[in-house]
Design a protein around this ligand. Structure first.
Ligand code: CP
Ligand code: NVA
Length: 308
C-alpha cells in the first residue's frame, strides 16, 4: 500500500470503541488458543521489524514471541548498531524498512518521530512507547481489568504519579471507552492542559491529594517517577514525588476489591511499596503477560482485519 493509506496504531485514540470491543474479545480468544498449545498462523511468512531507541524487556519479548506464535518472524533493530543511530533521516528509514517487512513496531523519543515514520511507511506502524504515549501497555491493562472485573465502562481508575506517557494514554482510553480517571501528581508535574481535549476533560478529575484520587477507585495505577529520556531530572523528581508512593494506606481508601497495576519495571519503596506490588490486590504479572495476547490481536487485526 502507498504511504498515507495504511492503518497505524500510534496512539490509543487511533482505534474506535467498536474496534477495541473486537480486540478485547480477540485477545481472549488468542490467549485461550495459546494456553491450549493450539497452532494459529494467520501471519505465516510475515516479518515484523522492531526498532528500539530505548531499553525494553516486556515490549521486545512480547512482540517477538507474539509474531512467532502467529507464524511470522521478528527482526530486532536498535540505534546502537544500525544506520538509524547515525543520522539517516526517519523518512528514508521508513521507506526502506517498510519495503522489506510487513509490519513495524517502534519505541522512540518524541511522538513526532513515529508520526513522520508512519507517514512514509507502506505497512502498519505500532507505537511501542514514545515520550507521549504507550498505547499497547494501556490496551493490555484494560484487557487485564476486564478479565478480572468485567467491563471497564463507568469504572474509576486512579492515577498516582507523573503526567507521563502512561497517564496521557489512560486519559485517551477513558475518553474512548467511557470510564473515569482521577489524576494526582505533585505541583510542577501536572498534566499539560493543551494536550487534553474537551471530551477528555469530562472523564478526568485532577486531585491535589493522592488519597482523593484513590477514594473508592476500582483500579489504582502508577508508574516510575522518572521515565526513560528524563534521567537528568531524577534527583529533583525523587524529592517532588516522595509523598506519591502507592502504599497500603492509599490502597485502603480504594474499593475493597480494587486492583493495583504498574506497567513495570517498578521501584519498590519509590512509586509503590513492596506490600502493595507483592500483595493480594496487585495484578502486575497478569498485566505483563497480557502484553503478549493483546499485541497478537493487534498485529493480526492490522494485517488481516477482523477475523471473527
Ligand atoms: N512496560 C513496558 O513497556 O516494559 P519494557 O520497558 O520492559 O518494554
Ligand atoms: N513511563 C515509563 C514506562 C516504561 C515502560 C517510561 O517511559 O520510561
Amino acid at each position: 500500500q502507498a504511504p498515507g493509506q495504511v492503518k497505524h496504531y500510534l496512539q490509543f485514540a487511533d482505534l474506535t470503541r467498536e474496534e477495541y470491543d473486537y480486540l478485547l474479545k480477540r485477545s481472549a480468544w488468542l490467549k485461550t488458543k495459546f494456553k491450549s498449545y493450539e497452532t494459529w498462523h494467520p501471519l505465516h511468512d510475515r516479518t515484523l521489524a522492531m526498532i528500539f531507541e530505548k531499553h525494553s524487556t516486556r515490549t521486545r519479548l512480547s512482540f517477538e514471541a507474539g509474531i512467532h506464535q502467529l507464524g511470522g518472524h521478528a527482526v530486532y533493530l536498535n540505534t546502537r548498531d544500525t544506520q538509524l543511530g547515525r543520522g539517516e533521516p526517519v523518512e528514508d528509514a521508513a521507506q526502506v524498512i517498510s519495503r522489506m517487512t510487513d509490519i513495524i513496531m517502534i519505541r522512540t523519543f518524541g511522538q513526532e518521530i513515529i508520526e513522520r515514520f508512519a507517514a512514509n511507511s507502506r505497512v502498519p506502524v505500532i507505537n511501542g512507547l514514545t515520550n507521549e504515549f504507550h498505547p499497547c501497555q494501556v490496551l493490555a491493562d484494560i484487557f487485564t481489568f476486564v478479565e478480572a472485573r468485567g467491563p471497564i465502562q463507568g469504572k474509576t481508575v486512579a492515577w498516582v504519579g507523573d503526567a507521563n506517557n502512561m497517564a496521557y494514554t489512560w486519559i485517551q482510553a477513558a475518553e474512548c471507552l467511557d470510564f473515569q480517571i482521577r489524576f494526582s501528581a505533585p505541583e510542577g508535574y501536572q498534566l499539560d492542559g493543551s494536550r487534553l481535549t474537551a471530551k477528555a476533560l469530562k472523564h478526568l478529575t485532577i486531585c491535589t491529594d493522592p488519597k482523593d484520587a484513590c477514594k473508592d477507585a476500582d483500579l489504582v495505577t502508577t508508574d516510575v517517577w522518572t521515565s526513560m529520556g528524563y534521567e537528568d531530572e531524577n534527583t529533583s523528581r525523587m524529592t517532588a514525588f516522595k509523598d506519591w508512593m502507592v502504599d497500603e494506606e492509599l490502597m485502603s481508601v480504594a474499593k475493597p476489591d480494587a486492583l493495583f497495576m504498574h506497567c513495570l519495571p517498578a521501584h519498590r519503596g519509590e512509586e509503590v511499596s513492596a506490600e502493595v506490588i507483592d500483595g493480594p490486590q496487585s495484578i502486575v504479572w497478569e498485566e505483563a503477560e497480557n502484553r503478549l495476547h493483546v499485541q497478537k490481536a493487534l498485529m493480526e487485526y492490522l494485517l488481516c482485519g477482523r477475523l471473527d
